[in-house]
Write a protein that binds this ligand. Sequence first.
Ligand SMILES: CC(=O)N[C@H]1[C@@H](OP(=O)(O)OP(=O)(O)OC[C@H]2O[C@@H](n3ccc(=O)[nH]c3=O)[C@H](O)[C@@H]2O)O[C@H](CO)[C@@H](O)[C@@H]1O[C@H](C)C(=O)N[C@@H](C)C(=O)N[C@H](CCC(=O)O)C(=O)O
Ligand SMILES: Nc1ncnc2c1ncn2[C@@H]1O[C@H](COP(=O)(O)OP(=O)(O)OP(=O)(O)O)[C@@H](O)[C@H]1O
Length: 522
Amino acid sequence: MTLTLASAASLLSQHNLLREVVHGDVWQLDASGIDGADTPFEKLSYDTREIAPGTLLVCKGRFKPEFLDGTAEKGLAAYVAETDLSERTDRPGLIVNDARKALSLLAAEFYDHPERELTLVGITGTKGKTTTAYFTQAILNAYSGGRCALFSSVDNCLDGHAYAESDLTTPESFDALRMMREAVDNGMTYLVMEVSSQAYKVQRVYGFTFDVGAFLNITPDHISPIEHPTLEDYLYCKRQLIANCRKLVLGSGCKHINLLREDAAAHNVPVSEFSVFDNLEDHYDPEHLEDLPATCAWAVDCTHRAYHMRVDGVDLGEYTLDLDGDFNYRNALAAVAIAHAAGVPVDSEAMHAMEHTKVPGRMMQYYDEGANTVVIVDYAHNYDSVVKLLDYVDVRYGEENPGITLVTGSAGNKALDRREGIVQAAQDRIMRFVFTAEDTDTEPYEDICRDMANCITNDRVKSSTIIDRTKAIESAVEKARSDADRLDVVLIIGKGHERWIKDLNKHVPYEGDDCVVERLLR
Ligand SMILES: CC(=O)N[C@H]1[C@@H](OP(=O)(O)OP(=O)(O)OC[C@H]2O[C@@H](n3ccc(=O)[nH]c3=O)[C@H](O)[C@@H]2O)O[C@H](CO)[C@@H](O)[C@@H]1O[C@H](C)C(=O)N[C@@H](C)C(=O)N[C@H](CCC(=O)O)C(=O)O
Ligand SMILES: Nc1ncnc2c1ncn2[C@@H]1O[C@H](COP(=O)(O)OP(=O)(O)OP(=O)(O)O)[C@@H](O)[C@H]1O
C-alpha cells in the first residue's frame, strides 16, 4: 500500500489523532490541496539522521526542533509532530495528538500491514518473558517447519533460525513493523514477541492485536522516574496486553489475578490459566487426577529434574529441560499453553521441542569438581528472580550446605527498587556478596554498589565491592575454588551473556560473564 500526505492525513483523522495540516501560514483539515499530496512517500522515519529523498518524518519523544535543520536538503517531504514546526521547515506538517500512536499506525500502513499476515503472540510478565518466548518459538518452529520469528530482549530472529542482538525488549513500533515485513517476506507465519510495560507506556505496540497474549507474573520492578512512577502504573501498562489480545494465557498465582480476570472478561477474551506444583500430593489426590487444573505441571520427584505436564486436560508426559530451575519449567508450561492457544494440537511432537532449547545467559552452569565449586551465570536481577534462583540452589545443592557467593550489581538511573530487593532476597541465604558494575547511565557504579551495601541488615553476611566486573568474578571464583572441603556455589547475575556493559548509556565492550568463567575453569 502506498502512503501519501493525503492518505496519511486521512488515516490519522480516522483514528482521531489529526489536529490539523499545517503548511506555512495555511492551517487546514484537508491535505489534498497541497502540492505533492498524492505522491507516495519513499521512506518513513522517526530520526532526522535517517532522512533520504521523499521521507515522511515522525517527530516523537524528546525530539528537538533543531534536528530539522538541513533536512530539506536531505529530502524531507513532510513531517508528523505534536506541535507546529513551521519555523524550522517549509515542509507540510501533520499535527497530531499523539506522535507515537501516529508512528505505529503510519508504519503499519507503510509496510502494508505485515501484522495481519502473522499469527502474533505477545508475552508479558516481570520475569520469564525471554525464556518463554524462546521456548514458544521452538515449539512453533517445530510445528511450522521453521516459520516462527522472534522479537526478544536478547535477540531478534526474522527467518526462524538466524539471531541478531536486539536493543530493546519491545522494539519501537516502526522497527517492529519493518521487521515484521521482513519476516513475512522471509516466509514466516508466526511471530513471538516480548511485550514490556514500557511498550504500552510509549505506544510501541499501538494498534496491534495479539492472537495470543500471555501474562506470566507481576512482581515489583521497573519503578523509577524514567520508567513507571508506581507499581500501579507498571501493572496498568502490562494489563493493556489483555485488552489487546484474542486469547489469554495466564499464570495462576499472579498477584492481582482477579483484576486480570476482570480485564479478560471485560474484553471478552477467553482465558487459559496454568499452574505449577512442587509436589502434587500436597495439592491433589493422586487417585483423582481428574480434579487437576486443565493446564498444569508438577515435579516428578524431589530433585525437580523433570516435570510432568498437562495441557487443556491432556497428559503430555514428562519434560526434562536443558535449562534448570523450577521457574523454567513454569516458563515451559506457559510456552506449551501458548502454542496450544496458537493452534498447535496438544498431541503434536512439536510440544516437546523446547526441551533442548537454551537461552543465552540464562542458567548457564559450570562445575569444577576438583575444587568442589559450581558457578551459575544467570540473568536474575530483581527480588523475585533472586529468590527463585536461590530456591533452585536449595533444591539442587541444599543437602550439601554450600557456601554461596552472589556477584551482583544493579542498573544505574532506573529500576531503583531492585537494589534493596536483590539484597533482601539474598542476605539471609548466602555467605558473601560481591558488588560490581552493571549497566548505568550517569549514576556512578560506586554509588550503586554503596547503595546496595547499605541495604544489608544481616551482619553475618560478608560483602565487598570490586567495580571491575571481570575482577569481581575472578576474585569470587578463585576464592570459592580455594576451599575444596565445602561445596561452593558462585552466582553471577544480571548480565547473562552480554558482551558489553553500559556506561553513560553507551555499550562498553566487556568479555562476558560466561566467557570469564569459562576462561577461569578451562
Ligand atoms: C523512554 C523510552 O521509551 N525511550 C525510548 C525512546 O526515546 P525517545 O523517543 O525519547 O527518543 P530520544 O532518543 O530521546 O530522541 C527523540 C527522538 O528524536 C530523534 N532524533 C534524535 C537525534 C537526532 O539528531 N535526530 C532525531 O530525529 C530520535 O530518533 C527520537 O525519535 O525511543 C528510542 C528509540 O526510538 C528508544 O531507544 C528509547 O528507549 C530507551 C533508550 C530505553 O532504554 N528505554 C527503556 C526504559 C525501555 O524501554 N525498556 C523496556 C523494558 C524492559 C524490560 O522489561 O526488561 C524495553 O522494552 O526495552
Ligand atoms: N517465571 C519466572 N519467575 C521468576 N523468575 C524467573 C522466571 N523465569 C526466569 N526467571 C529469572 O529471571 C531471569 C530473567 O529471565 P528472562 O530473561 O526469561 O525474563 P524477562 O522477563 O525477559 O526478564 P527482563 O525483562 O528482566 O529482561 C532468569 O535468568 C531467571 O533468574
